[in-house]
Design a protein around this ligand. Sequence first.
Ligand SMILES: O=C(O)CCC(=O)C(=O)O
Length: 240
Amino acid sequence: MPIQIDTASYKENGFLLTRGALSDLDFAPLVARFLELASARTGETYSKIDDPELIAKISSDRDLEMYLYDSIRRYPELVEFSLAEILTCTISKLLGGRDNVLLEKIPFRIDCPMVIRELAVWHQDHFYVKGDPETVTAWIPLQDTSFREGCLMIMPGSHSNGPITHDTTILQKKIYPSDIFDREVRYVEMKRGDVLFFHGCLLHSSGNNISDVIRYSVQARYLATSHESDPGMGKRIAIS
Ligand SMILES: O=C(O)CCC(=O)C(=O)O
C-alpha cells in the first residue's frame, strides 16, 4: 500500500507520522548486527532483541550498554537502514527536492526499563544538532512503543516559532526551554515499522520507559545538500 505523505500537514504541525513504512526486512540487518555484537561481547547467544535474558544483561551492565551504543555505529547497517527508500523518498517530499544528505551521526538509543539517565527532556533538535533548522529527524522505534515503553511526546506546531532559547539544565547535561509548558502535548504511540518525521524546531521529549522491555530506537537526520550542518554531526552522506 503506498504511503500518504501529507506535506501540508508537516508544514503546519512540524511532524509527519507514517504508519507501517518499514518491514521486518528493513530492520533485519541492523538487528542482526546488534545481536552479533551483544553475543560476541557476552559469550551468550541471543536471537531477538527482546530476549528477556538480553534485556536483563544490558539493564544490569552499563558498560555493555555503552559498548553496544558505541559499537553499532562503527558498522554500515545503521547508515544503510537510514537510507531505506521509503525514508529518503519521504525526506525528498518533506524538503521539497531530491538533493539531500543524511548526517552520519545516527544515534541508536538503548533505553532500559525504569532508567531515566538518558532521558531527552523537552528540546528542539536544532539546539543540539545545530546546522539548518529545516533538518528533519526520522525517529524510528525497533519495537511497538506505547506510553508504557516511553513513546515520544511532541508539541504540535511548536516548530513555527523557529529556534528558541534553552535555558534550564537538568540531569547534569540536558537543557530545556522553561517557558513552553502551556502548549498542547501529544503522546506519539507507535508500532514497529512506523516512522515519525519531525522538523528541527519541533519541541519533543522522551517518555519514561516504565515497561519491562528495552526501548530501542534510531534517530536519523536529513537536510538539503545546499544547507549547512554542524561538523559534530559527522559526514554528509549523499542520498541517491
Ligand atoms: O528517543 C528519545 O527518547 C529522544 C530522542 C530525541 O529527542 C531526538 O532524537 O532528538
